[in-house]
Design a protein around this ligand. Structure first.
Ligand SMILES: Nc1ncnc2c1ncn2[C@@H]1O[C@H](COP(=O)(O)OP(=O)(O)O)[C@@H](O)[C@H]1O
Ligand SMILES: CC(=O)OP(=O)(O)O
Ligand SMILES: [Mg+2]
Length: 414
């Protein structure tokens, strides 16, 4: 069995998984948390065994050494795991990288050059790649969050700014979570219920209109037509669009200048919008499970946070229905999308005019599988409904598996 080690370096965490790209099984995995803070932890899991340790991890280089140590000590030993490649999640590929790329010194330099576009994410990605190349002498592959959206139509990727200044500074909509949006929209298109729907309507897969909602700590929406992205909610950076755990999503750009005139520095506003806003800013908690608890306990701030979160989501679904000329499948994925049925029903409520409706029993049944949760057609037969009868689905994302497969394919083709 060959494996790929997948590394996902966040601003203060390092998630990793050792994946068999053929079967899709995760052989081992874990996370180093609170990197650069005084009380870090490492969690390592393999074959049902879970080891958790507290330790100080000053930077991402040290985090990788800790991970290598966990494999050596707890297993499986990387030397015995037939690791054919290391796959790195890289958040920003700018306009240079639009596909998974075999890493060499020039590629590392290219990712470093993009730091001004992704100051929160790319520095950790560069360190992760540099240290991993020292520790593991196998091909390294960079898989970019932006790659799937590199082909967005110009009308969707262009901000209405002075063209020269925008071009000079690389200002455009790049889009993020692309590996997830691609993985999930591909799985949706292959799902038997979707294949049957298109067949019943006498349509080809190139006409399939999907909206995918990736709702994790970071959250983004995409509109996908026939497998190609036509719009997405994140922009130049992963700050635009939906309300997130700690990020504001869309705000009037005038807010930035207003706050700066009021005495906040540029760095203060950056921190405010990225780290102190969103669900956290409104309610005091960023985790959706905690928010749900507060709402149930009658907390008014939490209730408003939830209303703002859902309102924004409904707006994006409506906007993307307009972009696509209707919706065939609305899909929920990532931590919140896969697990929180109250968020799913909250989004779909009031979207009956698009033909969207949820079956409560299907929605509330716990499952880790890709599944349909929509109610039976509101209008029958399907042909008489002006926008068809869309499906609502839950599809677990698996960015690690997607990255492992990209890396294995690239190594095999080399
Ligand atoms: N059972 C659950 N019910 C509600 N929310 C959940 C559940 N499990 C995870 N979440 C939420 O998912 C979010 C994290 O999603 P995830 O996709 O893991 O994020 P990321 O990859 O961006 O760190 C958190 O807000 C967490 O509260
Ligand atoms: C790009 C991005 O927002 O990633 P994450 O959701 O992992 O923070
Ligand atoms: Mg994620």
């Amino acid at each position: 069995m060959s494996t790929v080690l997948v590394l996902n370096s966040g601003s203060s965490s390092l998630k990793y998984q050792l994946v068999d790209p053929e079967s899709g099984d995760a052989v081992a995995g874990g996370m180093v948390d609170r990197i650069g803070q005084s009380s870090g932890t490492v969690k390592h899991e393999t074959g049902g065994e879970k080891v958790v340790r507290d330790l100080d991890v000053p930077d991402h280089g040290e985090a990788l050494r800790v991970v290598k140590g966990m494999f050596d000590e707890v297993g499986p030993k990387l030397a015995d795991a037939d690791v054919i490649a290391v796959g790195h999640r890289v958040v920003h590929g700018g306009e240079i990288f639009s596909a998974p790329t075999l890493v060499d010194d020039d590629v590392v330099a290219g990712i470093r050059d993009l730091i001004p576009l992704a100051p929160l994410h790319n520095p950790a990605n560069v360190t992760g790649i540099e240290v991993a190349r020292e520790l593991l002498h196998v091909p390294h592959v960079a898989v970019f969050d932006t790659a799937f959206f590199a082909s967005l139509p110009a009308a969707a990727s262009t901000y209405a700014l002075d063209r020269k200044i925008a071009a000079e500074h690389g200002v455009r909509r790049y889009g993020f979570h692309g590996t997830s949006h691609q993985f999930v929209s591909t799985a949706v298109a292959a799902h038997p219920a979707v294949v049957a729907k298109l067949a019943a309507e006498g349509r080809g897969p190139e006409t399939l209109r999907q909206v995918v909602l990736h709702l994790g700590n970071g959250a983004s929406a995409s509109a996908v037509l026939g497998g190609r992205p036509v719009d997405t909610s994140m922009g130049l950076t992963p700050l635009e669009g939906l309300v997130m755990g700690t990020r504001s999503g869309d705000v009037d750009p005038g807010v930035v200048f207003h706050l700066m005139r009021g005495g906040l520095s540029g760095a203060d506003v950056d921190t405010l919008l990225n780290k102190k806003s969103g669900v956290l800013g409104l309610s005091g908690v960023s985790d959706m499970r905690e928010l749900r608890g507060l709402v149930a306990a009658g907390d008014a701030d939490a209730r408003l946070a939830r209303d703002v979160y859902l309102h924004r989501l409904r707006k994006y679904v409506g906007a993307y229905a307009a972009v696509l000329g209707g919706i065939d499948v609305l899909t929920f994925t990532a931590g919140v999308g896969e697990n929180d049925y109250t968020i799913r029903s909250g989004v779909v409520r009031d979207l009956g005019f698009l033909g969207l409706a949820i079956d409560p029993a299907a929605n509330e049944a716990p499952s880790g599988e890709a599944r349909v949760i929509s109610a039976s057609p509101l209008v029958e037969p399907v042909e008489t409904s002006p926008v068809g009868t869309p499906l609502v689905m839950v599809v677990p994302t698996n960015e690690e598996l997607a990255i492992a497969r990209f890396a294995a394919d690239l190594v095999a083709a080399d």
